[in-house]
Write a protein that binds this ligand. Structure first.
Ligand code: ATP
Ligand code: MG
Length: 395
């Protein structure tokens, strides 16, 4: 993944927030035992983790890094962290400690916060905490013991600058318009801009390639909504997740159902989430049968707040959410859409249907293909080529 490949190694590769970067740098350099910790917060993908990494390189510090919920859950990680804050490094280098994503500890994880509070007192090295939301429940005690630095959204120009650097290193010939429009759409989230670039660029990036992002515009909203449902640990945040999403409740439901197992790894979390989804589905059925739209709030409530609060604590890291399989099959990429249309054209000609009506037959072709002799005959009659056959069989 390019977001990993192009993680900034040095401060010159780190984009935006110059003032804050300088502030954190000076804080590290001036830190003495007994000083406060530092709480670095800001929206996803703005570079919190990346900044700590590049500062460690720049200042030639040995970085000890862990993430808060992992430290809480895994005894050995916790032990290592406790040692790391006390012991000098073997290399003789100064150390820097990063406890990432402290807002990811569960609402009820008092034990976890107690451990961190103790470490803040004991640490012999500068210790940085990161969080998306410094006002998440349970964060108050940590906030009071740390100096706060906020990293805001990365400015569009800075996003574009990083995208250009990546294009150059990848040897991609790019239209500057295309780079700018990816940057604009990312809305301050450099991680998602890099992901967009990776999914669109081949050995060139033309303005028209970025039109595919237009096709994905409403999907961008739904990705945001998923991120909120899955990552938040508060009911009020989760209940606003679908605000502004244009897809209807059925689609939103499909997206959440499809992606729950990608995000939730612990069995209990997963089964609670599915319980909530099945409740939501019951309400959905009643609502439709009785045409009683006042029930819609329960459908949404169960699939957003219900699913969100099904986890004991936030899962850290970035999850690549996927399209519900039904939508996905309709073709995420331009190549897939082209193939679908080509099949539609061939089928349509034989069956006297429009291209789009004819593409609706693809699932049926898929079924028919399971019998070898039918497949052979259909392939011959419809004059399908190998790639089209693959597309139908993978459907
Ligand atoms: N300001 C930035 N300058 C350069 N690269 C960045 C910047 N912000 C993000 N990136 C790129 O995006 C990736 C993800 O950023 P990072 O992990 O630092 O985000 P984060 O703020 O820690 O997000 P989260 O809240 O999800 O943990 C980095 O590996 C890097 O490739
Ligand atoms: Mg991070």
């Amino acid at each position: 993944m390019w977001t990993e490949k192009y993680r900034p190694e040095t401060l010159s590769e780190f984009k935006g927030s110059r003032k804050e970067v300088e502030e954190v740098k000076q804080w590290i350099e001036g830190w003495e035992k007994g000083d406060q910790a530092l709480l670095l917060h800001g929206p996803p993908g703005c570079g919190k983790t990346a900044l700590v990494h590049s500062l460690a390189n720049e200042l030639d510090r040995e970085l000890f890094e862990t993430n808060a919920s992992e430290a809480r859950r895994k005894g050995d990680v916790k032990d290592k962290l406790e040692q790391a804050v006390k012991q000098r490094s073997f290399t003789g280098k100064d150390k820097l400690i990063l406890v990432d994503e402290v807002d990811g500890m569960g609402r009820s994880d008092r034990g976890g916060r107690k451990v961190i509070n103790r470490l803040l007192k004991e640490t012999k090295f500068p210790l940085i905490l990161t969080a998306n939301d410094p006002y998440a429940s349970g964060m108050k005690s940590l906030r009071n013991k740390a100096k706060e630095v906020e990293l805001g959204n990365v400015h569009t120009n800075s996003v574009a600058a990083r995208l250009r650097e990546i294009c150059e290193r990848e040897g991609i010939e790019y239209d500057d318009e295309a780079v700018k429009s990816i940057a604009q759409r990312a809305d301050g989230d450099l991680r998602s801009a890099i992901n967009d670039l990776e999914s669109l660029a081949t050995d060139s990036l033309k303005a028209e390639d970025v039109k595919d992002l237009g096709y994905r515009e409403t999907e961008r909203d739904i990705f945001e909504a998923l991120k909120i449902v899955f990552k938040s640990t508060s009911a009020s945040t989760a209940s606003d997740a679908t605000e502004g999403v244009e897809e209807d409740y059925g689609k939103v439901f499909g997206w959440i159902r499809e992606n729950v197992p990608k995000e939730y790894k612990r069995e209990g979390d997963l089964s609670r989430a599915y319980d909530n989804l099945s409740e939501a589905d019951v309400f959905r059925g009643r609502m439709q049968k009785r045409q009683d739209w006042s029930l819609l709030k329960y459908v949404y409530g169960l699939m957003t707040v219900g699913v969100s609060l099904s986890k004991e604590e936030k899962y850290s890291g970035w999850t690549s959410y996927s399209y519900p399989s039904t939508i996905k099959k309709m073709g995420r990429s331009k190549a897939a859409r082209n193939k679908r249309d080509a099949i539609g054209k061939k089928v349509g000609k034989k069956l006297h249907l429009s291209i789009s009506e004819a593409s609706d037959t693809i699932p049926f072709l898929n079924l028919l293909f399971q019998k070898e002799e039918w497949k052979e005959e259909l392939v011959r009659k419809l004059e399908l080529d190998e790639k089209e056959v693959d597309y139908i069989e993978d459907f």
